[in-house]
Design a binder for this molecule. Structure first.
Ligand code: ATP
Ligand code: MG
Length: 556
């Protein structure tokens, strides 16, 4: 990765623990996604942190699916999560599921009932909420709080056996209804849900709440450092209380700031809404901040790892500028992408003094940034070429160094040409540009002594390979799509996808490789999309070439 950096606060904690011989110096982390959606770039930060720590300190990382909300979970999500973690280059020690612990978690609950620390409550959810009080007002105990241990044991087993309907009863911890921490005011441990679970089927009709499953799973796995995001700070006393009272392995929870990014929605629930309501074409739509969407768009693994490394691990909430992510992928693709010419908005150019039927083959390096080279390709040249429409101006402005009547430019890797004339249709649109070439100006063998200021890209008309190109822009018009008072669906950028149906490319692009980055010279970085079929290739623009962030960084 990048230059040496100082330890982040979790590394400091771990090094201290190792020095003190805590857990015999063992480091065991876990990445605990709920399989209710595809992973996004925020999860990548958590993955890099959890797997990175284990890698650094000779530890292990479990991939644990926190699957305690059966209504929203699905094996499709499990599979996608595994694929994404692997793609990021991490291998987990064990693949585990909170649902595998349902028996054990149930017996934990029984233990708390037996200790007089849990009770079955028949109140409705509204009553429970009301009786909980407010942050400034203590809660009040109801008649169920004083139920006997034997009655609680009976009712809880009846809940498990399916005797009651959804919402009829819950199991609550008996802690402190006056605690200033609302999470300690007799939190719910179990609720009744007569629904099918993607792994346990109909075996259960009661499911543990997050707070009575997460820490218990951590403890069962003897996780040493359970890392989560800041919003779980107020849950920590409850996390510790359950572990203490159950007398099980004392995992410790540590909280770091989640990744927030400008112009980006980072919540699976909202991303699901974008998918379900058709604002995007699936979870892996290249405009999505999902790992699968970014991969499809052409983001490389290294660019994501570099991004996660640069943003670091903080204890305070912050918002990262999405242009940092774009900077990282640009920097990485500059090193690996093959250079090609592609004309997105074509205009025909005829070299009138170039013999009809003649052709030449020029050689172009695949990537001049690679030391020792990265091979080359052949670029055919002929009398008729495609150039970008905006590389020609009928009445050139003062500082325009491209084509216009009387102006000269170099055709990249080929000759210098001079514009003599152009043709218009009845509507006044330019349809053809006529030029003459300077035979002595051949690239690499130039004896013409002519100096030109501009170089433009081109593609030979008879040799061109035609493809569709999809250009992407930010999905939201607002830098902070999640800020309160805004409906994020209202600020969707309606022009976030622009399709160019007929783009002309160098002929060898007909054999473009899936997963490879291409730099279309002067146009940006692109990659082959999975929608491609023989004869109709589709390319995604990963990112433009313009590099506004780098200037900011240098200034800073
Ligand atoms: P979402 O709100 O997007 O559904 P989540 O936190 O509910 O996210 P989980 O599947 O529970 O999603 O997350 C798995 C792990 O990833 C958790 O440890 C969580 O803290 C972490 N994580 C989720 N979002 C982010 C984020 N934006 N930045 C860093 N870590 C995150
Ligand atoms: Mg969650």
């Amino acid at each position: 990765m990048s230059e040496e950096r100082s330890l982040n606060f979790i590394e400091e904690i771990i090094e201290e623990d190792i020095r003190n011989g805590k857990n015999d110096g063992r480091v065991q982390t876990r990445f605990p996604p709920e399989p209710n959606g595809y992973l996004h770039i925020g999860h990548a930060k958590s993955i890099c942190l959890n797997f990175g720590l284990a890698r650094k300190y000779n530890g292990k990382t479990n991939l644990r699916f926190d699957d305690t909300n059966p209504e929203k979970e699905d094996t499709e999500y499990v599979e996608s999560i595994k694929e994404d973690v692997r793609w990021l280059g991490f291998e987990w020690d064990q693949e585990l599921y909170a649902s595998d612990y349902f028996d054990q978690i149930y017996s934990f609950a029984v233990k708390l009932i037996e200790k007089g620390l849990a009770y079955v409550d028949d109140s409705t959810p509204d009553e429970i909420a009301l009786q909980k009080g407010t942050p400034t007002e203590a809660g009040v105990a109801n008649e169920y709080r004083s139920r006997s241990i034997s009655e609680n044991l009976l009712l809880f087993s009846e809940m498990k056996e399916g005797k009651y309907k959804d919402g009829e009863r819950v199991l609550r911890a008996k802690i402190d209804l006056a605690s200033p921490n609302m999470h300690l005011r007799d939190p719910i441990m179990y609720r009744i849900r007569h629904v099918n679970h993607h792994r346990t089927g109909d075996a259960w009709c009661i499911y543990p709440m997050y707070d009575f499953a997460h820490g218990q799973s951590d403890s069962i796995e003897k996780i040493t450092h359970s890392i989560c995001t800041l919003e779980f700070i107020p849950h920590r006393p409850l996390y510790d209380w359950f572990i203490d009272e159950l007398e099980i392995f004392p995992t410790k929870q540590y909280e770091f700031a989640r990744l927030n990014m400008t112009y980006t929605v980072m919540s699976k629930r909202r991303l699901l809404q974008l998918v379900n309501e058709g604002f995007v074409n699936g979870w892996d739509d290249p405009r999505m901040p999902t790992i699968s969407g970014m991969r499809r768009r052409g983001y490389t693994r290294d660019s994501i790892l570099e991004f996660c490394d640069r943003i670091g691990v903080a204890k305070r909430e912050n918002v990262i500028d999405v242009s940092l992510l774009e900077f990282c992928v640009r920097e990485d693709l500059n090193k690996s992408a093959w250079r090609r010419m592609a004309v997105l908005d074509p205009l025909k150019l005829v070299i009138t003094n170039y013999p009809e039927g003649q052709e030449e083959i020029f050689e172009g390096e695949n990537n001049p940034e690679v030391e020792g080279g990265d091979g080359s390709r052949e670029i055919p040249f002929s009398r008729e070429l495609w150039i970008e429409r905006d590389d020609f101006m009928e009445i050139p402005s003062k500082k325009y160094f491209r084509l216009g009547p009387g102006l000269m430019v170099r055709l990249k890797s080929a000759y210098i040409i001079k514009c003599d004339d152009f043709v218009k249709d009845e509507q006044g649109n330019v349809t053809e540009v006529h030029c003459s070439y300077i035979p002595e100006s051949k690239s690499g063998h130039d004896t013409s002594a002519i100096k030109v200021k501009g170089t433009i890209h081109w593609v030979s008309v008879p040799h061109a390979s035609k493809a569709e190109v999809r250009l992407y822009d930010r999905l939201f018009n607002d830098e902070d799509p999640m800020s309160n008072g805004k409906d994020f669906l209202e600020i969707i950028n309606q022009a976030s996808l622009q399709v160019m149906p007929a783009v002309y490319m160098e002929p060898d692009m007909a054999h473009a490789e899936m997963g490879r980055g291409y730099q279309f010279i002067r146009k940006g970085y692109y990659t082959l999309d999975k929608d491609s079929v023989e004869g109709n290739l589709v390319f995604n623009r990963t990112v433009t070439l313009k590099d506004t962030w780098a200037k900011e960084v240098k200034k800073g």
